[in-house]
Design a binder for this molecule. Structure first.
Ligand code: PEP
Ligand code: MN
Length: 331
């Protein structure tokens, strides 16, 4: 339930009234809007609405995403980075895309430091690299573990970049929040509600990838879990859905991403690497994403793809990546 106050001056009075009614609530934006968890109240929504009517308009609608719905349009996620004067801004608007690049996993075949220097020079703002990896089989490389978070952060910060890596479970969150600038929720964890809640209570931006079988509403509802705990710095990432395709790894749903951009105000990053798994079409998909005005693109790169311990086939070599960046990064 949302209470749209008649004026900002009513915020203290509304707080007092809601407290007296014993309901759980929070101020959801810079606008004077209170989100009320009516389902937890002893009063039914219509009764609550009557008791608040003099303060403003009450919406008792059945939206599954009332907090997302109440976010102001053009919401920007600002990422502060140690050692960098300007923060990095994620916002859906043409010609402002943030580039995220780096290896699929941090492993011994990567010279992270050299990689970071090269990517930073090309204009990449965020260095990626998985430390704990969600692999389809338990017999595949599972990542170097959480120790990778601090290594990634060191390499990124030394070159003025932010860093992003994935958390697989709630146990990973404290260390991730200590070192990373953005915490990634992987596609397979999009509906790990305990993880989403925990990330909602942490003070770092979260990039929420779309589950390969998730509808747009399920994806938005997962973001709502994070928002519901108070964390507003949420970035969405389209990484392909499972369709009927067999030539490509998944199906890159640019229309779905455009719909999310239109319907909600969260910044959207497009990940052509995981969506397609085919190196030769990464540039085309990147160009498409940039033309559509999304907030960012994410591409996997590796100094020697053949040696990568995960996603070797889709990793761009430094030369391939710099050719793509040269043609598109500053356009
Ligand atoms: C990744 O980006 O490292 C990753 C594992 O991707 P996804 O969760 O989209 O499969
Ligand atoms: Mn990967």
């Amino acid at each position: 339930m949302l209470l749209f106050l008649r004026s900002k001056d009513l915020v203290p009075a509304a707080r007092e009234r809601l407290t007296n009614l014993g309901v759980d609530f929070q101020l959801v934006s810079e606008e004077p809007i209170f989100e009320i968890r009516a389902h937890l109240s002893i009063y039914s929504p219509p009764v609550l609405a009557t008791k608040l009517a003099d303060l403003g308009r009450v919406e008792t609608g059945k939206s599954r995403t009332p907090l997302l719905d109440a976010m102001p349009s053009g919401h920007e996620v600002v990422v502060e980075v140690r050692g960098r004067t300007e923060p990095i801004r994620f916002r859906n608007q043409p010609r402002q895309a943030v580039w995220i690049a780096g290896p699929c996993s941090l492993d011994e075949s990567n010279n992270l430091e050299e990689n970071a220097a090269r990517l930073a020079k090309l204009g990449v703002q965020v260095l990626r690299g998985g430390a704990v990896k969600p692999r389809t089989s338990p017999h595949e490389f599972q990542g170097v573990g959480r120790a990778g978070y601090s290594q990634l952060a060191r390499a990124a910060h030394a070159h003025g970049m932010a860093c992003i890596s994935e958390t697989l479970s709630e146990d990973d969150v404290p260390e991730a929040a200590e070192f990373l600038d953005i915490i990634q929720v992987g596609a397979r964890n999009m509906q790990n509600f305990a993880l989403l809640r925990k990330l909602g209570r942490c003070a770092k931006p979260v990039m929420l990838k779309r589950g390969p079988g998730a509808t747009l509403l399920e994806w938005a509802s997962a973001a709502e879990y994070i928002l519901n705990e108070g964390n507003r710095r949420i970035i969405l990432c389209e990484r392909g859905v499972r369709g009927l395709e067999t030539e490509l790894r998944y199906t890159l749903d640019l229309a779905g991403a455009a719909f999310m951009q239109h319907r909600y105000s969260l910044p959207m990053v497009i990940d052509p690497s995981h969506a397609t798994g085919v190196k030769q079409i990464l540039e085309a998909c990147t160009a498409g994403a940039l033309a559509m005005g999304f907030a960012g693109v994410m591409l996997e790169t590796h100094p020697r793809p053949a040696e990568a311990r995960s996603d070797a086939l889709q990793a761009l070599t430094p030369e391939e990546f710099s050719a793509i960046a040269g043609r598109h990064l500053h356009s």
